[in-house]
Design a protein around this ligand. Sequence first.
Ligand SMILES: *Cc1c(COP(=O)(O)O)cnc(C)c1O
Length: 374
Amino acid sequence: MIPFNRFGLSGNELAYVQEALGRQTSGDGPFCRRAEALLEEIFGVPRVLVTTSCTHALEMSAILLEIGPGDEVIVPSFTFVSTVNAFVLRGATPVFADVRPDTLNLDERLLGALVTPKTKAIVPVHYAGVGCEMDEIGRVAAESGIAIVEDNAHGLLGSYRGRRLGTFGALATQSFHETKNIACGEGGALVVADARHAERAEILREKGTNRARFFRGQIDKYTWVDVGSSYVLSDVLAAILLGQLEARERIQARRRAIWERYAEALRAWAPAAGVSLPLVPPHCEQAFHMFYLLLPDLAQRTAFIAHLASRGVAAVFHYQPLHLSPMGVRFGGRAGACPVTESVSERLVRLPFHTTLSSEEQAKVIDAVTSFQA
Ligand SMILES: *Cc1c(COP(=O)(O)O)cnc(C)c1O
């Protein structure tokens, strides 16, 4: 079976892990700091903190923005649960926005009707690593004094009108989960573009203590100063992360080649089969996070996934509408509220996409796809 995802070594990961094991395995060590310095350079922001996951970086964002009961947060319904759950954990009410039918990103044209005096944050997700319409989202947020937190789990190294995804919000979050472009098993980062959040973010990450200042020699003992939790990434995982980050150009070049070959090979087949290919607007430099297809309906998607499986290819669907989940319904979600999300969640399929996908394997995937008869 050709797997949907497979971790690939791309550089110095193993040598760095060995170094970490002989020196420091707990968090906030030399590899964490080197990975952070490299991410700060990539994003051009004052501070990046590596974390145990993107989920935890989102939770830190909600605490930093002091979001609580009575506050509303606008989120796409078509996303991973953590985008929303991180804010619900603080007591906020999620307000689900539908997505655009072309990019599957939060539909900025709906924001005007969703913003209320209680709106505290908008959380755009750059689906598949293609930028949301940040000009309009930024305009609405600035006009109403609303914070932007980018869930940039898919968008590392992508950009929108020449500006890096992950630098539009006061805060942005990254994921280094095994399924992401740059991976260390489980891991994430909080990208702090607004330097006012940097010091408190360090405290939240260290169980509410000022331990980071202590280790920099800025204070002579550390103590409990705020709320917090254990969001620090182990230096062993940071060693893998640094190896991957240093190899980012090779990783991205390989992902680009795979993406472009799928697009080229399926260009003629797709319209004849009633299938849509991903759309990347000309002002978006995508991050090559995934290659998806939109089938005509749920029945055909089910048949398509089964057909691929019978040919030894693991293809998978993606997010289910959050507003229709048991938790979403508790917040007033109902069928028909986000029609694009409801439609694409039943029709989307992701093809195998990882740096270890060989040319022969990709040819086999393409053959399996184009031999599908609806
Ligand atoms: C993967 C993902 C997350 C969660 O990342 P973890 O690092 O596993 O917590 C959050 N949001 C989106 C959009 C994701 O794709």
